[in-house]
Design a binder for this molecule. Structure first.
Ligand SMILES: [Zn+2]
Length: 618
């Protein structure tokens, strides 16, 4: 008996299968059941031992459930819908489709923004009215769409190709591009798409790498994001992983996810409230209305930190949070209108594929149309918010704070799910963690600048990818600054996205320090100011202290300083190529060196005696 059979499990009346249901073509010439795993890869968690390029299926929907989701009467001509197609669009098929569009259309330019870990191309499509560069004098908003961030979400990727085709060749493209520009990255994760897995080829998830920037895919994407600074950002996914498991104890045969499309906006509380409000009231509401009119079910996106409890008949669901590690939140800090788009379907192979792609595409079309119809309002609101951010950074005002941490508000709110036994839509009560109504739990006065020692070029390099202008002190200077001391730390129990996290609490006091020439200066009168603060304020969920790019222990002074005077420091911009290291050791360097040894010894002692633990936060 094949070892694979051991993984066939019955969950909630749904047969979860270990091998693809359809006979898919394997490039290795092996039948699916005999296909060994690909070295180092982790395909969809419920298909632990299969490797079918560009295909995976871990579940068949029972007929009475599948019949609730009929395919629309629409014929698609993107590569994934080719006659007799058994797997999903390969990267080679996608590239030749895109180059063909480029040849046929005078509204499109294609660029390669970088390569994946396995050296696959990551194309970026630029759509403008005349097919030229984006003309900033025209004041048109730019809408950014990225898809297949998780490789096992092919409906999201295919819908991006449908959108590209319509923008390039159809009448609607002409109409929309009169008022907006559009950028599309149809496949952020080409390696994961090849292996049909959630993560990148080395494992970590691309959607959670946006602050720490460990992965080439994330670096390429963020560099491009800064180049275009879009006013509206959509990140497109298919949901399913936890949604099927969370309700397995419900009813007689379990509960399943119901909605075709789930949407969420950027939640970070540093984004002006009027932007978050308009995201809900205008852009999301329009998409919901248009989808419901077309016969698709919709709701706000939630995830499931805990399973359904049959004793209390409740489940905890979460809207997520505003942490900048997520694509939707890092883009929100531009600031921009940002949205997460999640469609039903990441487990069941090609079942309901046309419906999934169609509902996804209609959502994208709605966001494009709403932006085009309100292009002046959207442009000016984002423009003003960016100018205000620069203005706020010019003076220190005790009433002007940055929100470093926040907490969701707990609400009672029912959630619609499918009773798998009957196929009925039922409402279950939930403990609903609302990010929309989150409240700040830690705020700090916006400094004039942050200062770091000259050694911290690796921090400068990361922040530059986020569009930050970095300066270096021209001369040594003695300054009164705010310094942090670590008073508490919680070290993660597991490797999380490649890191053991170090969550710290600090106390701040004013102190005088000598800053050598070449010390790094991050001034706050720039549009990337919020990213700077959330990277450098140690308690921030995704700070560079949290991820150990700035390693510290209890009792340490953190080598990040808050400069609270209004006078501009004597500093000059530096680029990647500019060396800021002093050529020879100066007396100041020696003092710093001796101090560092002392701090290191104190750190080791503190680490050995004061290690505390905390539940891993995802
Ligand atoms: Zn996803």
């Amino acid at each position: 008996m094949s070892k694979l059979k051991n993984y066939s499990i019955l969950i909630g009346g749904l047969l979860l299968m270990t091998t693809p249901v359809q006979a898919t073509s394997s490039s290795d010439g092996l039948s699916p059941a005999e296909t060994p795993p690909a070295a180092g890869q982790k395909p969809d968690a419920t298909i632990p031992f299969s490797y079918q390029p560009y295909f995976g299926q871990s579940m068949e929907q029972p007929d009475h459930i599948k019949s609730l989701y009929p395919d629309p009467d629409v014929a698609f001509t993107t590569p994934g819908f080719a006659p007799d197609k058994e797997n999903f669009t390969t990267t080679e098929e996608m590239m030749s489709f895109l180059h063909e569009l480029d040849t046929e259309s005078d509204r499109l330019q294609i660029e390669n923004i970088g390569f994946s870990q396995e050296n696959r191309e990551i194309p970026l499509l630029i759509f403008t009215e005349d097919g030229g560069a984006i003309d900033e004098t025209k004041n048109k908003p730019t809408v950014w769409l990225e898809a297949q961030v998780h490789g096992s979400e092919p409906g999201a990727g295919e819908a991006a190709l449908v959108a590209a085709q319509k923008l390039a060749l159809e009448e609607i493209g002409d109409e929309l591009l009169a008022n907006i520009n559009v950028i599309i990255i149809p496949r952020v994760n080409p390696d994961g798409s090849h292996y049909f897995q959630f993560g990148s080829a080395r494992g970590p998830w691309i959607n959670r790498d946006h602050m720490k920037l460990d992965l080439p895919e994330t670096k390429a994407m963020n560099k491009a994001l800064q180049r275009f600074k879009p006013e509206v950002v959509l990140t497109s996914h298919e949901y399913g992983h936890r949604n099927w498991d969370a309700f397995k104890e419900f009813g007689n045969e379990g509960g399943g996810p119901y909605h075709d499309i789930l949407l969420a906006k950027g939640y970070n509380l540093n984004v002006p409230e009027e932007i978050r409000q308009m995201a809900d009231d205008l852009l999301i509401q329009n998409a919901f209305d248009q989808l419901e009119d077309a016969g698709y079910s919709t709701d706000t996106y939630v995830s499931f930190p805990e399973d359904y409890d049959p004793d209390t008949e409740t489940i905890t669901v979460s809207e997520g949070n505003g942490s900048p590690r997520f694509e939707k939140e890092i883009a929100a800090l531009l600031p921009s209108f940002t949205f997460l788009l999640e469609g039903r379907g990441d487990r069941f192979g090609r079942e309901s594929f046309a419906r999934r792609v169609h509902s996804h595409y209609l959502t994208i079309e709605s966001f494009l149309q709403t932006t085009a119809e309100h292009s002046d309002d959207i442009s000016s609101m984002i423009h003003d918010a960016r100018e205000q951010l620069v203005e706020n950074g010019k003076t220190v005002d005790p009433s002007d704070t940055i929100i470093i941490r926040s907490e969701a508000t707990e609400l009672d709110r029912p959630l619609e799910i499918l009773d798998i036994e009957t196929g009925d839509v039922v409402e279950v009560p939930t403990t609903y963690l609302s990010a929309t109504e989150a409240l700040p739990t830690l705020e700090r006065v916006r400094p004039r600048a942050y200062l770091l020692p000259p050694s911290h070029q690796h921090i400068a390099d990361k922040l530059r990818i986020h569009g930050v202008e970095v300066k270096a002190l021209n001369e040594p200077v003695e300054l009164a600054v705010e310094r942090y001391e670590v008073v508490e730390q919680t070290i993660g129990e597991q490797v999380q996205e490649g890191h053991i996290t170090n969550h710290v609490e600090t106390e701040i006091e004013t102190a005088t320090r000598i800053f050598p020439a070449g010390s790094l200066v991050f001034e706050m009168d720039q549009t990337a100011a919020t990213v700077i603060a959330l990277a450098l304020e140690p308690e921030s969920e995704d700070s560079y202290v949290t991820y150990n790019f700035i390693p510290v222990n209890q009792g340490d002074e953190i080598p990040v300083y808050r400069y609270m005077e209004n006078d501009r420091l004597d500093a000059s911009p530096i680029s990647d190529e500019t060396s800021t290291q002093p050529e020879e050791a100066s007396p100041i360097s020696l003092v710093v060196l001796i101090g560092s040894i002392g701090v290191a010894l104190a750190s080791i002692t503190a680490f050995l005696f004061k290690r505390t633990r905390k539940r891993q936060q995802l």
